[in-house]
Write a protein that binds this ligand. Structure first.
Ligand SMILES: Cc1cc2nc3c(=O)[nH]c(=O)nc-3n(C[C@H](O)[C@H](O)[C@H](O)COP(=O)(O)OP(=O)(O)OC[C@H]3O[C@@H](n4cnc5c(N)ncnc54)[C@H](O)[C@@H]3O)c2cc1C
Length: 401
């Protein structure tokens, strides 16, 4: 099997409360040829297909589950330019100039994605982001992060206890960032897939790719039913089901949990900024368009799916308690609880680019809590390379030896 099948998520996510928009797809019963084959019809595959089909490429997507049926539906979909690793820490890891470039590229990707989703009529909520002090960056650490971001030209400001209390948030210090947004990840993915279909892309599902064989000028992908898809390029947008021959250095799969409350009758915190804490265990929250609060985190460093699922009840209670402590005016009754596998890397940066020793094969593996932002960057990098206009920042995300 090209990627080991996992139980990516368990529980009912808040997005499943409404019907997903239809995305035409069909099973595959013959050998076919295409210019680009994308393996994976989640939010990453959708963005890559949207970008490539818009620039005239003949695109086929395949998925073993179906459109937006993998991790995408588990995402809490905070779309942020602030990556998981603070700028001060990333600067120590990869150097200040590259760390600033990574933050700038994410800033650009968030804005470009908002524009594209707006063009497609996808509902999104522009939000500021409050990064709360915790056991990773305390109040002094946030001050240093604020200075580093100012040097990089990124707007932000420190917020103290009193101002946070006036917003309805019980915390000691935070860094306010601007211009991020929230979406319904499943609805956004379906809209991007349908846009690609309008440009001639086709989706085949359920189709499981068993083996990918790069040849001289083409790549052959073999399905579990014995059919062959011949393509000039293959893009692996397989999420947390990592391709077997792709180097995995620096990647880990962990487990994470999330809840969504009942619809709030009282006013939510002022501005409804997305909130995330610079802490381990991780904690974050956002609101939904219909007035619920989503709260997630409590990550554990294991990937065993049975152990992960067994903890749903306990983690729900912990998230509920922490939510109530931070936002004392919120009704914390839970209506949805779910868990999923989650990828992270040592630097918080994803892996995007040509796969070593697999000619014409590309990785769009958008790991971490900024998966959505990275999916957009993957689409920009891969479309740029295939169109002969390489993206200047592509080197930040390529495979490291
Ligand atoms: C609880 C939770 C909360 C999250 N919160 C956020 C958040 O707030 N913000 C954010 O940006 N990100 C968040 N993420 C991360 C986000 O969900 C991922 O970055 C994103 O869903 C990855 O999308 P994808 O398309 O790469 O993967 P997926 O949606 O998993 O799509 C990959 C697809 O590839 C298919 N596939 C794999 N192997 C094969 C094969 N061999 N043959 C055929 N098909 C194959 C799978 O069936 C799957 O549908 C969160 C994740 C979780 C679990």
């Amino acid at each position: 099997m090209e990627t080991k099948s996992k139980d990516l998520r368990t529980g009912r996510t808040v997005w499943q409360a409404v019907r997903a928009p239809g995305v035409p797809h069909r099973p595959l019963h013959k050998d076919i040829d295409t210019e680009v084959l994308i393996i994976g019809a989640g939010i990453t595959g959708a963005m890559v297909a949207d970008a490539l089909s818009a620039s005239g490429w003949k695109v086929i997507l395949v998925d073993r589950r179906g459109p937006a049926k993998g991790s995408t539906t588990a995402s809490t979909a905070l779309v942020q330019y602030e990556i998981d690793t603070p700028l001060v820490k990333l600067s120590r890891q990869i150097g200040e100039a590259d760390a600033i470039r990574a933050f700038h590229r994410s800033r650009l990707a968030v804005d470009a994605l908002a524009a594209r989703l707006g063009e497609l009529g996808v509902e999104l909520q522009r939000r500021d982001t409050l990064y709360l002090a915790g056991n990773i960056l305390d109040a002094n650490g946030l001050k240093r992060e604020c200075e580093a971001r100012h040097i990089a030209g990124l707007a932000c400001r420190l917020v103290g206890r009193r101002e946070l209390r006036d917003l309805g948030i019980r915390a000691s210090a935070a860094l306010m960032g601007y211009g991020d947004f929230t979406i319904d990840p499943r609805a956004a993915t379906c809209a991007l897939l349908n846009a690609a279909i309008q440009n001639g892309a086709k989706i085949y599902s359920p189709v499981d790719i068993d083996d990918v064989q790069p040849k001289k000028a083409t790549v052959h992908a073999l399905t579990s039913m014995g059919y062959r898809i011949r393509a000039r390029h293959v893009v692996f947008a397989t999420g947390y089901e990592f391709p077997k021959r792709v180097p995995q250095r620096g990647h880990q799969i962990i487990s994470t949990w999330a809840i969504a409350t009942v619809r709030q009758k009282r006013r939510l915190w002022r501005g409804q900024a997305m909130i995330w804490q610079s802490a381990d265990p991780y904690l974050y929250m956002r609101t939904t368009a219909d007035g619920r609060v989503i709260c997630g985190g409590e990550d554990e460093e294991f990937s065993d799916e049975a152990a992960r699922d067994a903890l749903i009840e306990r983690k729900t209670k912990t998230l509920q308690r922490k939510l109530g402590q931070l936002l004392p005016n919120i009704d914390t009754r839970v209506e949805f609880a779910w868990t999923g596998s989650f990828g992270q890397t040592d630097t918080g940066l994803p892996t995007i680019g040509p796969i070593p020793r697999m000619p014409n094969c590309w990785a769009a593996l958008g790991y971490g809590g900024n998966g959505t932002t990275y999916s957009r960057i993957a689409a920009e990098v891969i479309a740029g390379a295939l169109n002969g206009r390489p993206v200047v920042d592509a080197d930040l995300y390529r495979f490291r030896r």
